[in-house]
Design a protein around this ligand. Structure first.
Ligand code: SD4
Length: 322
């Protein structure tokens, strides 16, 4: 990793605040932030910044949990989920989209060119093709190899897993902590003070055909409200959907919580529902408010997020409950 790395607790919400600013999940968010910063630093729009930003991991074939190169479902199909939201409550989403390298750009077109918010599966693909997107094979040899290896046992444990490694508490590093491969959620506040967000993923590896996680669900994996701020999520989507995580965090910030305190409260709600399960999975939340203050919280150690503004370009370790 390049750049200065800061550790949990050393980075309070209010330090280095201001805008423009972009934050995104995991270490790979740093490269994504760089693309977003290109736009933000020239007084560009947050919406353009988040789309350009998350396209970086979408196109990165070494990233096995976003876009091209993502691990497939149990039938060997790479199905992608993504959503985008701007400062005027406009939003667009695609779910279970196959063969298109940049689902985030399809989600943006759903937002801008249709009267709808969500397109799924075959319909989303047809919409993408009709709008000039190219049909591609997204299953890389490395992802196919990992899937074939998985097929030998076909053990279906819907936990956030990285590169075919099922998480074993106390034994493995938490998903994301080793290879930094996971969903990217990005939030940006532009020079005009407007906020937008984007979230994109190939979802849980070896999921059931048709399974959709939190990432393309407005309010769960992503939510922004230009009066308050925004939030995004990573980890086991089922747990995030149950508490409508991103929307919850935005509402908590509206009531006065800092981004980090709001994220922590959402994590605590997941624990309250099922403390035993919460110990075995990872969920991480990241939030940004209208002042440009940011913060995160997660269940297990290992979740990181990347920040870029005029003061800093860094990766931060999120505080965790466990
Ligand atoms: C999902 N939240 O599909 C996404 C994927 C993820 O670790 O973050 N995986 O549930």
């Amino acid at each position: 990793m390049t750049g200065k790395q800061l550790f949990a607790g050393s980075f309070p919400d209010a330090s280095n605040a201001g805008y423009p600013v972009v934050v995104s999940t995991w270490d790979f968010g740093k490269a994504a932030n760089a693309a977003a910063w290109e736009i933000l630093s020239r007084s560009g729009r947050a919406l353009d910044a988040v789309e350009a930003g998350v396209r970086i991991p979408e196109a990165d074939e070494t990233n096995q949990s976003v876009g091209y190169g993502g691990l497939p479902d149990r039938d060997g199909r790479v199905t992608l989920d993504a959503c985008i939201m701007d400062e005027k409550y406009n939003c667009g989403s695609v779910m279970c989209l196959e063969h298109i390298k940049h689902p985030i750009s399809v989600a943006r077109l759903v937002m801008e060119k249709t009267p709808h918010i969500i397109l799924t599966g075959e319909g989303a693909l047809r919409f993408a093709l009709a709008n000039g997107f190219k049909k591609e094979n997204l299953l890389t040899p490395a992802a196919e190899k990992a899937w074939r290896e998985w097929l030998k046992t076909s053990e279906y444990k819907p936990v956030a897993n990285i590169e075919n490694q099922l998480y074993q508490p106390g034994k493995d590093p938490m998903p994301g902590s080793k290879d930094n491969h996971d969903t990217i959620g990005m939030l940006a506040l532009d020079a005009q003070g407007n906020i937008s967000g984007a979230c994109t993923t190939s979802g849980l590896a070896y999921k059931m055909q048709g399974r959709v996680g939190d990432s393309p669900v407005i309010g769960a994996g992503l939510y922004v409200d230009n009066e308050v701020g925004g939030a995004t999520a990573t980890g086991v989507g089922e747990e995030v959907i149950r508490i409508v995580g991103a929307h919850l965090i935005v509402e908590l910030m509206r009531q006065g919580r800092s981004p980090q305190a709001a994220c922590r409260e959402a994590v605590e709600r997941i624990i309250k529902r099922n403390p035993a399960r919460a110990k075995e999975i990872q969920v991480g939340f990241l939030a940004l408010n209208k002042k440009g203050e940011y913060g995160a919280y997660c269940l297990q150690k290992g979740f990181t997020y990347a920040v870029r503004n005029q003061h800093t370009d860094t990766v931060i370790h999120s505080n965790s409950i466990y």
